[in-house]
Design a protein around this ligand. Structure first.
Ligand code: GLA
Ligand code: ZN
Length: 675
């Protein structure tokens, strides 16, 4: 695979919106800003193929050559996210049908049926034209297929394909009925032809979880096929060029774990809300890094300044874009790309930030900030590339579990998987305890501690893996709403939490749902949580009524009819430990609890640091690089003790206690043990 020798810096560029003079100027400004890669032509299908089979690539040839003459690489996008008007008009089947059965009209992007054969035929054809022309162009760094997939479709083609998909999965209609448990409400089907797409939705999008789950799996598989339809063509012409798509972040509607299996590297677009706390943004990076088991990824988009599509589009504060860029790199990004290089004159995104704003020149705050960042990143050379993070703790995260948990009607409508996972992640993050977020099929051999918040769906093989992990000495943390259903959302028969009950030494009789403003308490029994811990912590959302068998009660509820009953337990199992938390604790409990569980396994923060400072360490063959980012708005610090590290941004050596200014970043190289 073709590899970069430094961080790719740049982003989306739409030259078809600009005249020759402007493009000339752009080249000059790109070089000034340190841009070394642009992504194009994401939205140019209509210009490249103005009528079926009639291609006009000369203008693009010229632009790519010009970009390359200026020493800038290209990541070439197949322009298939926005099909030309003639395609929608001539073959209306390419347009999607929404969940309410409405045929959508032409005009948006990602507005096609991923299963449409006509769409796929034309998309593969233009991908082939591009591959023929550019697969060996020296400027080509990577292929980028379409843009932010994720449009569901309920058209007749999808209906027919869904039935075939089910037939392949379940073989017989009897098996389908059994797995979908259609005896409930008499939803039995006599043949696959009687299966309907889940379009009859209640206001809260809860229809029939088993059907919806399979539809979401089907949509993911169909989207992955649609990606492969183009990717396989591109690979044919030059297998050395990596192929990816830019995923719309950590979105729920597509199982990005399945998508990632088709990509040579994960690419994702990071658009945090200004209200997102730093741990939440960090968590999304961890999730995306976990998709390919820790392999570094492409940050394919972020905004250099304000966006246009949030309800309130704050300007990025001075230093913020640098802070977010380094946060991405600190978590595993090998690129720092933006949407967009030049701000469009009109359209929905005319007020979206860009390297070159409507002002048209370099005398802007953002241009200056990005130029400085470009210089810094170029100075890092290849030191950070392909660096891996070596954590001893992991949090399990699974898309199908996310779907199933939130499709469930009851016990509370407030179950929010991402939020729950983020609370556990936050407890690690705030203490700089290194943690990966891993897929359910990840190998747990490298880990000593695994947290599995709300692992509601117990898929085949998962229990066995978790059990082996605990038996060999690992610490496993499970919570309320775990182990309850199989992959078709059928509840375990017998006591909750199903297969987990022996390992955790408990059984759960029932689960109470609390009103949003209602709280209970976690009252500690003894001082197992450390001398400095509180005696009582708050909890809410859900409260399991737990019976202990072999487990030890660590804490009990403070209120309600189940006052005094256990809510946190510990069971020694094999050579390991299984902690169960039967409720949703307040962050201070989780911080203390995760702190303890990590201490027990010898998992420590990388370095002592003050409030707001996030620290990570990426290690590659080339270097071991430490990042320290101050997310606080006051000065903070890190203490490197006796260790001496090289400052890769400012030069020189650092050791001992080092101050970090608000939003500032340290990028330091550690010495290898042998040096
Ligand atoms: C997405 C798209 C881009 C652009 C940005 C705007 O991530 O991929 O084309 O629309 O949003 O924030
Ligand atoms: Zn369709």
């Amino acid at each position: 695979m073709k590899k970069a020798d430094r961080i790719y810096y740049g982003g989306d560029y739409n030259p078809d919106q600009w005249d020759a003079k402007t493009i000339e100027k752009d080249m000059e400004l790109f070089k000034k800003a340190g841009v070394n890669l642009v992504v194009l032509p994401v939205f140019s299908w209509a210009k490249l193929e103005p009528d079926e089979g009639e291609y006009h690539f000369e203008w693009l040839d010229e632009i790519i050559d010009k970009i390359w003459e200026n020493g800038i690489h290209v990541c070439l996008a197949t322009p298939t996210t926005a099909q030309p008007a003639w395609l929608s008009a001539r073959y209306p089947e390419v347009l999607p049908v929404d969940v309410a059965g409405r045929k959508r009209t032409h005009g948006m992007r990602v507005y096609f049926c991923v299963n449409s054969l006509k769409y796929r035929e034309r998309a593969a054809a233009i991908a082939r034209e591009m591959a023929k022309r550019y697969a060996h162009h020296p400027a080509l760094a990577a292929w980028h297929v379409a843009n932010e997939y994720g449009t569901p479709c309920y058209c007749p083609t999808c209906q027919a394909k869904f039935r075939l998909w089910l037939k392949k999965r379940y073989k017989t209609v009897e098996e389908l009925n059994r797995r979908w448990y259609t005896s409930f409400w008499g939803r039995v089907v006599g043949s696959f032809e009687e299966v309907m797409l889940p379009t009859e939705l209640n206001d809260d999008y809860r229809f029939y979880p088993a059907v919806q789950l399979d539809y979401m799996r089907f949509l993911t598989d169909s989207t992955a096929e649609c990606f492969e339809n183009e990717a396989s063509v591109l690979r044919e012409y030059n297998p050395e060029i990596p192929v990816m798509t830019n995923m719309s972040g950590y979105i729920k509607k597509l199982n990005q774990g399945v998508m990632a299996e088709h990509l040579d590297m994960v690419g994702w677009d990071n658009y945090p809300s200004p209200l997102d706390p730093p741990y939440f943004v960090a968590m999304k990076h961890e999730i995306m890094r976990g998709l390919k088991h820790g392999q570094s990824y492409w940050l394919t988009e972020q905004s250099p300044n304000q966006q246009n599509w949030q309800p309130y589009n704050k300007l990025k504060r001075p230093g913020e874009v640098r802070q977010l860029s380094y946060q991405a790199i600190a978590h595993g990004a090998d690129t720092c790309l933006f949407f967009q290089m030049r701000q469009s004159i009109a359209g929905q995104e005319k007020f979206h930030g860009a390297l070159i704003s409507h002002a048209g020149h370099e005398n802007t705050r953002i241009f200056r900030e990005l130029t400085k960042l470009g210089e810094e990143l170029s100075g890092l050379g290849n030191k950070t590339l392909e660096g891996r993070i070596r954590a001893k703790a992991a949090i399990l995260f699974d898309w199908e579990n996310w779907w199933a948990l939130e499709l469930s009607s009851g016990p509370t409508k407030d179950m929010d998987y991402l939020k729950t996972v983020s609370r556990y992640y936050q407890a690690f993050f705030e203490q700089n305890l290194p943690v990966d977020i891993v897929r359910l099929d990840a190998d747990l051999d490298a880990y000593d501690l695994v947290a599995a918040p709300m692992l509601y769906m117990m898929k085949e093989g998962v229990y066995e893996k978790l059990e082996a992990f605990v038996k060999r000495g690992g610490t496993l943390i499970a919570t309320v709403m775990s182990g309850l259903v199989d992959e078709n959302d059928r509840c375990v028969f017998g006591e909750y939490p199903g297969l987990l009950k022996e390992m955790f030494g408990i059984w759960v009789e029932e689960t109470d749902a609390l009103f949003p403003e209602e709280k209970n308490q976690i009252l500690l029994k003894g001082d197992w949580l450390g001398k400095d811990s509180k005696d009582a912590y708050e909890c809410g959302l859900l409260c399991d009524r737990i019976h202990v068998r072999t487990a030890k009660e660590l804490a009990v509820y403070g209120k309600d009819f189940y006052q005094g009953e256990p809510c946190v337990t510990r069971n020694d199992y094999g050579s390991g430990t299984a902690y169960y938390i039967g409720t949703e604790p307040a962050p201070d409990f989780l911080e203390d609890f995760i702190g303890l569980a990590c201490r027990e396994k010898g998992i420590a923060p990388l370095y002592p640091a003050g409030k707001g400072v996030e620290i990570t360490n990426r290690v590659s063959k080339e270097a071991s690089v430490v990042f320290a980012i101050n997310h606080a708005l006051e000065e903070s610090w890190v203490d490197f003790g006796e260790e001496t590290l090289t400052d890769l941004l400012k030069g020189g050596q650092v050791s001992g206690r080092v101050a970090v200014k608000p939003r500032d970043v340290l990028v330091l190289e550690r010495r290898r043990k042998s040096e």
